[in-house]
Design a protein around this ligand. Structure first.
Ligand SMILES: [Zn+2]
Length: 439
């Protein structure tokens, strides 16, 4: 039987060193276990974490049936269990976090049985009141389980990544994940497809602005990424092994932060597009998830990368068009000013643009070559995501093409993280690309 925990185990134990730097991980959790089945294992997995005598098991109406009920039952072997079941479709927003705090207030620690937003809501709720938590994953839908940050929608509507804490343990029952709706595993694959696009944006940013970069996160997933892509079609058949390959990539990608302290290796331009959709699509938001949006955005970014990298002469930028009043009219008073303040930090004035063009001119032949090594063929990415049952275009996401183009055009507004979206827009190439890019 496949051992799904190789490398993961060594990283956790501090035994894996980056071969080039000698660096080991600073891992904020005690244990991660990925197995074909964890049926009956909850007490043995949770007891060593010492999360408290009274445990709240939090699930929602979907994940309770998938696993929450079973975990709550099994954990009674350890002590008192408060079972908390939230309505479906949980968002990690301030009211939900407050609700989790309130509903679990009698417990010493929390065990969350769920994925994505539910996990993040429990993560942030326990971070706020200083309790430990552990997580049983019910789907292969995202790579945020291991992250020590939580993605929170503030009352203002601004969606942001907040410092939080990591779970003491992460437990992944592959049979449960395989049984989940395939849109969830396809979303996890979509989230993982940002590897090439984030790496290109991050490396280019490092070379052009001397910002920090680390290759370690990419070394961690290098052997597993091809296996995940090869197994993509089996995700649509609820394959246990396909979910194993995917969960390994998601977990190893999460480890990147333990080496670098930042999320750049897996969150650049393509993630800003998804964040923009979540923040500003409003009533036109199709209800799609993070991973579904990141998947479609990663395909589009990969096409943009390939197109720009095919240029023999580098793109030439002008001063960034950035007007506070336009931000306010696009996003409203509060968020408009917040986004403007972020985006202004990376904006170029005429002098800055000239200096940038000089540097890019000088670096382009070398940089192009370096970045081409990180590319994944967008056609292969699209084939894998489609075979997994995931949306591959904005139309399939349920977004109008117009709204999609806005999300690509303005994604750069939401974060001070330079990407090829900034390069293409400042060079006057983005509108033309978006008008041609099939969605
Ligand atoms: Zn993501």
């Amino acid at each position: 039987m496949t051992d799904w925990n190789t490398l993961i185990r060594e990283v956790l134990a501090g035994e894996w060193r980056d071969p080039d730097t000698g660096q080991t991980a600073k891992v904020p959790f005690e244990t991660i276990r990925i197995d074909n089945s964890l049926d009956g294992a909850a007490p043995d997995l949770v007891a060593p974490l010492k999360i408290g005598r009274r445990i709240a098991v939090v699930s929602d109406i979907n994940t309770r049936d998938a696993m929450g009920k079973r975990v709550a039952q099994e954990l009674k072997a350890l002590g008192a269990v408060d079972e908390v079941v939230l309505p479906g479709d949980t968002h990690c927003d301030e009211p939900t976090i407050a609700r989790v705090q309130e509903l679990t207030r009698h417990a010493d620690g929390v065990v969350v049985v769920g994925s994505g937003s539910l996990s993040d809501a429990c993560k942030f709720a326990t971070f706020k009141d200083g309790r430990k938590y552990a997580c049983f994953a019910t789907a292969s839908s995202m790579n945020g389980y291991a992250a020590s940050t939580a993605s929170v929608t503030l009352n203002s509507g601004y969606k942001t990544s907040l410092p939080s804490h990591a779970p003491r343990g992460i437990f992944i029952d592959l049979q449960v994940c395989a049984d989940a709706p395939i849109r969830l595993s396809a979303a996890g694959l979509g989230d993982s497809l940002c590897r090439p696009t984030a790496q290109i944006d991050w490396w280019a940013s490092h070379r052009l602005f001397d910002t920090f970069y680390s290759a370690t996160p990419y070394k961690l997933v290098a052997d597993d990424e091809p296996k995940m892509i090869a197994a993509a079609a089996d995700l649509a058949k609820h394959g246990v092994a396909a979910n194993g390959h995917l969960q390994r990539v998601l977990t190893l990608c999460g480890f990147g932060v333990c080496f670098t302290g930042v999320s750049h290796h897996g969150s650049m331009g393509e993630h800003q597009v998804s964040h923009w959709i979540d923040m500003f699509a409003g009533k036109n938001h199709p209800g799609t998830t993070h991973g579904q949006q990141v998947g479609v955005a990663s395909l589009a970014m990969a096409r943009l990368h390939r197109e720009l990298l095919s240029l023999d002469r580098p793109p030439k930028i002008c001063a960034t068009r950035i007007v506070e009043a336009e931000f306010v009219s696009r996003y409203g008073e509060d968020i408009g000013r917040m986004c403007y303040a972020e985006a202004r930090k990376k904006a170029f004035d005429a002098e800055g643009a000239a200096a940038f063009n000089g540097k890019l001119e000088h670096l382009w032949p070398e940089l192009r070559h370096e970045l081409e090594a990180f590319l994944m063929d967008p056609a292969d990415m699209k084939a894998a995501l489609g075979a997994a049952g995931g949306p591959v275009t904005a139309t399939e996401l349920g977004l109008s093409v117009e709204l999609w183009r806005q999300s690509m055009k303005y994604a750069r507004d939401v974060r001070n993280r330079w990407s090829f979206l900034d390069l293409a827009d400042d060079a006057g190439l983005l509108d033309d690309f978006l008008a041609r890019d099939p969605q």
